[in-house]
Design a protein around this ligand. Sequence first.
Ligand SMILES: [Zn+2]
Length: 111
Amino acid sequence: MNKQLLFLISLQELDILIKEKEKEEEMGFPIKPCEELKKAREKIIEKIDAHLMRRYERLSERYGNPVVPVVDGICQGCYMLLPTSLISQKAKNERIHTCPNCGRFLYWVDD
Ligand SMILES: [Zn+2]
């Protein structure tokens, strides 16, 4: 799998964790600050290309899940069937692809 794509997936998982922790904090649960998660986040961001990062942040603000899997040719973000030209490409996870409808980053689980 493309390294940048892997980093984007890891970043999204971290962001979800951080959001959950912050929600627990708001609800008054006595939890440790998520400094470590935030440090890990910084480290991943350093490895991601700036233009991908900008796109990730934009998508993140709009949807909350900027990186989604493709199942049976369908984007799991907006549930649109992706064009055959995209589906029929080989080794799709070796490149960064985005959904032509919603713009989310895509990765294939059944490639
Ligand atoms: Zn989509």
